[in-house]
Design a protein around this ligand. Sequence first.
Ligand SMILES: Cc1cc2nc3c(=O)[nH]c(=O)nc-3n(C[C@H](O)[C@H](O)[C@H](O)COP(=O)(O)OP(=O)(O)OC[C@H]3O[C@@H](n4cnc5c(N)ncnc54)[C@H](O)[C@@H]3O)c2cc1C
Length: 361
Amino acid sequence: MSVEEKTIIGAGLAGLSAASVLSNNGYKVNVIERGPSVGELRGQDFQVIRNYGKDLNFLDSLKEYGININHRQPIRKIVKYAPSGKSMEVSSDNGPLFYVIKRGQDESSLDRQLCDSLNKKNVEFEFNRNAHISGDIIATGPILRNITGFGYTFDGIDVDPEKILLFMDNDYAPKGYIYLAPFGKHSASVAAVSFDLTYNLKMLLDRFLEKNKVIREIIKNYKHKESFTGYAYSNYPETAKIAGQLFVGSVAGFVEAARGFGVKYSILSGIFAAKSIIQNLDYDVLWKDAFGKELKEGLNRHFLLASLNNDGYEKLLLGDKIGIGQYEKVPESISSFLKHIILTKELKDWQQQYSLEKMFK
Ligand SMILES: Cc1cc2nc3c(=O)[nH]c(=O)nc-3n(C[C@H](O)[C@H](O)[C@H](O)COP(=O)(O)OP(=O)(O)OC[C@H]3O[C@@H](n4cnc5c(N)ncnc54)[C@H](O)[C@@H]3O)c2cc1C
């Protein structure tokens, strides 16, 4: 019997997840990557993966697909800051709220851990090749862009390894936020994310690092800092199968639009694309069933947050300490902002404006 061959363009999280499932099911896989090795083109940063609500034990659930993520930092608290400096601590009784993972080429990065899950006998990498968008699975990361981030990874600092900090302030991260994600006691990424690409985030973040007392205190004795930057693309596409090719991860728009989380969707869509090939299933049905509703909710939350000014951010703080259940709800005090937003229309306009399908026609 002849062995089936498949080509994947891009060796990021989505491409590697697809390659893992295909290679472990006997397919020969060619992975084309424009960088010189896995994770090398991006700077090293720490990213967060949600572990509450529907995402509880997400990383463990990947074991079913032969994917083991061992290097991860459990996070037990989020502290959210309003522009005035007022803060709210969020915690849970039900295990870690998040895991922080490393990205990049380091051996303990998520990228490299996904690589370890491949059946190496069945996978060939072609590095240093900037391929055309033509393959069975397209996993190139964003071609269209509507989210941007700029940050630094600091080493040699003293930081609480179980706490993420989140700052909402339109003076420093307009239409977005600034976060600190620790990895161990002595390293953390601090980055600004915005859903408006017109701002100079580096300048705004540098100013924030100088002015913000909480962050200043944490990073004051850093030994080394390295910058990272990047884009993401968020949408709810009607289809992620274009001209017979399966689009996975952030090239398809699979990034949550309120917070910019895309790791989970990249891994899942890579798995689903492989599964649809192996079992001859409809890829669109698989991803829509698993996270279509979440993507739409993320977009609606984005429309709400993007309409808030700094006073609105103050109202997002519901008390000094709250549980995670309360954190997820839109507070009543700001739900009046929602009234002028016609969510279905906003969603349709967004889908049109950022249509990948239209671009490939
Ligand atoms: C600053 C920043 C912070 C973020 N923080 C978080 C976070 O905390 N949590 C979270 O869940 N998400 C976060 N995200 C989003 C997350 O990084 C992405 O959703 C995720 O990396 C997308 O994975 P991917 O596999 O689709 O693409 P990528 O990881 O971008 O991989 C794409 C790969 O394809 C290669 N490639 C591109 N074009 C070609 C070509 N033509 N030929 C060959 N190879 C090609 C690239 O070199 C790359 O290796 C963040 C994004 C940014 C920018």
